[in-house]
Design a protein around this ligand. Structure first.
Ligand code: AMP
Length: 337
């Protein structure tokens, strides 16, 4: 199967520039599906051979036939799953990179927790009843986008006081707040090579959590600041080398467990989101079973991919390499799901 038989397509958002650039670097023709007003932006970067305009991303199924005709493989990313919805992704007929069924496990907080627990990871405690709060907790509303609207409480009365500001939000989780540093690990697992790779790391740049330290504690109290975690960007990171073997081990167990959950299991890029506490425990609070925006820090590859590949390999390019290798080896079933 010649690699050029396939085209690489994605929605113009999230990590599209990286995905399309990586695909072009590997010799694929590329297609970008752009929402109203976005065409100029994607044209200006020169990474899309073709642009398909669409009114709203949620209407993606309407242009599906066009992509099928082009023999395009769609690469899912955060915006793709948010706008199309994991239920609709399952119904798509267009070639899709990655196992669709695993998206249900990452999208549902209860299932996600079962998966990570089964993999033997350490997770922050969940409080079922707010009256049991006996330490700092973080309250996360279901469907919250990018950490917006999270708040902290230290005891039941603080919880009552703060939840009163959100009378319409009935669905939330009360999670132990881990004091430590956030570390987001970008993994890649290839079924073609049967190998797990650590691609890179990032930490999030969150408002106002990352700016509170810029004013004195007294001023924080005077103006009654409450911490929020609205994501605004990503910051590149390297970790202590002595942590790497544990990081590999965690990723490997997540992949292995996923194979018991859904046929084919998890493959391609994924991310474990953790708080590393002062005792160097990784407290994993979330998994993303697809490319994450933090990989945009590394269009030219990271410290880790440079050492492994001796050339510029972004996560976007690694996806294209996986598809190319599968096409060359005649095992496309290992990259499609
Ligand atoms: P999330 O939307 O779950 O990715 O969380 C957004 C941000 O909230 C993270 O990047 C962390 O800074 C913070 N956060 C989430 N869960 C916890 C936790 N259990 N302990 C401490 N910080 C957390």
């Amino acid at each position: 199967m010649a690699k050029n038989k396939y085209k690489i397509a994605t929605l113009g958002s999230h990590t599209a520039l990286q995905i399309l650039k990586g695909a072009k670097d590997e010799g694929f023709e590329t297609i970008c599906i752009c929402q109203k007003g976005q065409r100029k932006l994607y044209e200006s970067f020169g990474v899309a051979d073709k642009i398909i305009d669409i009114d709203y991303f949620k209407n993606f199924p309407k242009i599906e036939d066009q992509l099928i005709e082009e023999n395009a493989i769609i690469i899912p990313h955060g915006s793709f799953i948010t706008y199309v919805g994991h239920e609709n992704v399952k119904k798509l007929k267009v070639l899709h990179y990655g196992t669709k069924d695993i998206l249900e496990w990452e999208s549902d907080r209860v299932k996600e927790r079962q998966w990570l627990k089964k993999a033997g990871l350490k997770l922050p405690r969940i409080f079922k009843d707010y009256k049991e709060i006996d330490r700092a907790v973080i309250i996360k509303f279901h469907g919250a986008q990018g950490g917006f609207g999270y708040f902290i409480a230290n005891n039941p009365s603080e919880f009552e006081e703060r939840i009163a500001d959100y009378p319409k939000r009935k669905k939330y989780v009360i999670q132990e707040y881990i004091v430590g540093v956030p570390i987001y690990t970008h993994y890649f697992y290839s079924r073609v090579k049967n190998e797990l790779e650590v691609m890179s790391f990032d930490k999030r740049y969150e408002s106002n959590a990352d700016s509170i330290g810029r004013i004195a504690a007294k001023d924080q109290l005077d103006v009654d600041i409450q911490t929020s975690y609205t994501i605004t960007g990503n910051i590149p990171l390297v970790v202590r080398e002595s942590l790497l073997s544990r990081i590999f081990d965690m990723g490997g167990r997540v992949v292995k467990t996923s194979q018991d959950l859904v046929p084919g299991g998890l493959f391609g890029p994924f991310c474990l989101e953790a708080i590393l506490d002062p005792n160097l425990n990784f407290n994993v609070f979330e998994i993303s079973a697809r490319i994450v925006a933090g990989t945009n820090c590394y269009p030219n590859g990271s410290f880790y991919t440079w050492i492994k590949y001796n050339k510029s390999v972004s996560t976007g390019r690694r996806i294209a390499m996986d598809i190319k290798e599968a096409a060359e080896e005649g095992c496309m079933e290992k990259v499609l799901g």
